[in-house]
Design a protein around this ligand. Structure first.
Ligand code: S0N
Length: 273
């Protein structure tokens, strides 16, 4: 039971999407399968992420799972078919990858609030988030090579940035499970707290981030992503540099001169060393 007054932003079948004081919370709501995701769950989360991107009053996004058993247990094995997870219209998909891209791309911090098992694709989900806060009952691990799947994308390469190459290989090759404390010691969890303090701690961290400069956080996220994301990461970083340029009078002068059919006067703007 939450002590915070979360308001529903939009109703979905597979998730809850709520708002409280600048924080948008996406809760996977499939307790019967330990919050495993199916294609429709990912479509719901993608739609929520689009709203979170557009709404200026949403400053931080939190991912979690319903209940106290699981954050997310990965892809729903009941709908796994040939070529992917079978969506309601019969099409096989791996659209969780679109969610990973949306989390990386969102120009706001994304926090995984891990309240139980973070397993398989659920483990990848927390890895992809910017920060992870876990309850002391949380359990982490990959299962892919045991159940016929793998994530050689962010789920491996970004994980290796957190825990190092040897440990990342151990996590994937052995498919062992790790306690929250072990995950924290490895560097893939920021903080571990008792379950009854998980949401309050997460809200506290979000409130702290919301006191910081949003543009500074945005650029830090872009810079940290760019190191791993190649040309796409550089493009997102460059896009935000362009955004900041558009905010300068120097850029306005170029546009105004064009509209006023005159030569632009860029001499009047400071030239920094
Ligand atoms: C989580 C585990 C360890 C919990 O064990 P425990 O406590 O013994 O509970 P169970 O009785 O096993 O589970 C409770 C109920 O929940 C159902 N359930 C659990 N997980 C799933 C699931 N993933 N799909 C469907 N149902 C699930 C159980 O069946 C049980 O239901 P009832 O009570 O009706 O019997 C344990 O449950 C466990 O190991 N779960 C499976 C974890 C797993 O293997 N997940 C899938 C891993 N693969 C992926 O996630 C795919 C990822 C992927 O394909 C990918 C590929 C490329 C790029 C990215 C990805 C990506 O997703 O990231």
């Amino acid at each position: 039971m939450s002590t915070f007054n979360w308001e529903t932003i939009k109703e979905y079948t597979d998730i809850k999407f709520e708002f409280f004081e600048g924080i948008a919370k996406i809760t996977i709501n499939r307790p019967e399968v330990y919050n495993a995701f199916r294609p429709e769950t990912n479509f719901d989360m993608l739609d929520a992420m689009e709203i979170a991107r557009e709404r200026g009053d949403i400053r931080v996004v939190v991912f979690t799972g319903i209940g106290d058993k699981a954050f997310c247990s990965g892809g729903d094995q009941n709908v796994k078919g040939v070529g992917g997870y079978i969506s309601e219209n019969g099409v096989p998909r791996l659209n969780v990858l679109d969610l990973h891209k949306a989390i990386r791309s969102l120009p706001k911090p994304v926090v995984a609030m891990v309240n139980g098992y973070a397993i398989g694709g659920g483990h990848v989900l927390h890895v992809v988030c910017d920060l992870t806060i876990a309850s002391d009952n949380a359990i982490f691990g990959q299962t892919g090579p045991k159940v016929g799947s793998f994530d050689a994308g962010f789920g491996s390469s970004y994980l290796a940035r957190h825990v190092g190459q040897k440990k990342a290989r151990e996590i994937w090759f052995l498919c062992n499970q790790y306690s929250a404390k072990e995950a924290e010691d490895m560097g893939m969890v920021n903080k571990v707290v008792p379950l009854d303090q998980l949401e309050a701690t997460t809200v506290d961290w979000c409130r702290t981030m919301m006191k910081r400069s949003p543009m500074a956080l945005r650029m830090i996220k872009r810079g940290l992503n760019a190191e791993l994301d190649g040309q796409r990461g550089l493009m997102e970083f460059a896009g935000d540099a362009t955004l900041m340029y558009y905010l300068m009078e120097e850029a306005q002068e170029g546009k105004n001169a064009f509209l006023e059919k005159r030569d632009p006067d860029f001499d009047k703007y400071p030239k920094f060393p």
